[in-house]
Ligand binder design. Structure first.
Ligand code: COI
Length: 353
């Protein structure tokens, strides 16, 4: 039982890193040697364990299978040219994780377990963080309801875990999107702002329909009117009309993205005209028709910055122009320079492991 949040470490006998092909990584398919597991029982967090990555034992009646009481975070660790390893804004993810926990009636995870656990785990599997353009270690803290029983009530037991996966690009190839005009991702008063596992499951069916039409993602619109852009599920969305950058304000339907916040800060630092306000689909379609729509791009931890090559809204199909000084490219480079410790970290976003 912990008051001190001790973390017990049990190391693998031999690493599987030599069998890993870092030149051919598929996002989220390869996992490092170790993982962290911490159980919440009898109203408190027990000792956290770092142990070899592997299966966990749960019964079929485990509540997460029946009611989807599960949340997660997405984060990354980066290595610089000298071999030093950094986390990017980890406190932001810890805070958002606990906001998600609260909304899903789950216990909050102490900083000592979340942040110290991440640091210890990443430092143990440091070799898995590769230095190189676009390379990182994707960190996936998550929590599941682990009590057995099918009564529809919050679990009395939870497992907080962290697994880690060496990562390259999330999207391979061009990304075109459908702007939603019927399905919705989130509703007022719901869980859209939380990183609830079910938010993602609910998007898979409409996303499959989009894929079948040749579009990789959906930009969700507000559920009430489908008139205003919200987010893209794996990414927040930015639009550049003329030289002004727009993004939707946070609300209880939109994930408060860490990369989104970083892009906003970088835009302000660069003196770019920026507005955080509702952007209507009509405004975008009009701008597309009169030539002032210069860019749409997504921002997210896994995806980083993804330029949207084209979109479809109802019967209107539009290809975005290829432009010289793209904001997407500028922000992507600026972010990478900070993450790989190639630029000054004015805002204190890098945290050494
Ligand atoms: C992330 O960007 O880390 C996310 O959580 C999105 C996920 C669907 C990969």
């Amino acid at each position: 039982m912990i008051d001190t949040h001790e973390i017990v470490i049990d190391k693998v006998e031999s690493s599987k890193i030599t069998h890993t092909d870092f030149d051919n990584l598929t996002f989220g398919k390869t996992f490092t040697d170790h993982m962290l597991e911490c159980t919440w029982r009898d109203g408190k967090w027990e000792t956290a364990h770092i142990k070899p990555y592997g299966p966990i034992m749960v019964e079929p009646s485990c509540k997460v299978f029946h009611y989807g009481q599960a949340i997660f975070e997405g984060m990354k660790a980066f290595k610089d040219a000298t071999g030093e390893v950094f986390l990017f804004r980890p406190e932001d993810n810890w805070k958002r994780f606990n906001q998600s926990a609260k909304r899903l009636a789950m216990p909050e995870v102490p900083k000592e377990v979340f942040i110290e656990g991440l640091k210890k785990l990443v430092s143990l599997d440091k070799e898995w963080v590769r230095y190189g353009e676009g390379l990182s270690l994707y960190l996936r803290p998550f929590m599941i309801a682990s009590e057995n029983g099918v009564a529809a009530a919050p679990s009395t037991e939870y497992k907080f875990m962290i697994v880690m996966s060496p990562a390259f690009a999330y999207y391979k190839g061009d990304v075109r999107v459908i702007i939603a005009s019927d399905f919705s991702r989130a509703a007022d008063g719901g869980v859209g702002y939380a990183k609830a596992a079910g938010n993602y499951a609910a998007s898979f069916y409409p996303n499959n329909l989009a894929l079948a039409e040749g579009y990789q993602q959906i930009i969700w619109t507000d559920a009430a009117t489908h008139e205003y852009l919200e987010e893209a599920g794996t990414m927040n969305i930015f639009v550049r009309i003329g030289d002004t950058l727009f993004t939707a304000p946070n609300n209880d339907r939109i994930l408060n993205g860490v990369t989104r916040r970083s892009v906003i800060q970088l835009a302000k630092d660069a003196g770019i005209s920026f507005e955080e306000r509702r952007v209507s689909v009509k405004e975008i379609n009009d701008a597309a028709k009169n030539g002032s729509l210069k860019e749409i791009f997504g921002s997210g931890t896994a995806a980083v910055i993804v330029p949207i090559k084209g979109y479809k809204h109802k019967d209107f199909v539009h290809e975005l122009p290829i432009i010289e000084d793209s904001y997407a490219n500028r922000f992507k480079e600026a972010l990478k320079d900070i993450q790989y410790n190639r630029a000054e970290d004015k805002h204190g976003w890098r945290v050494s492991v």
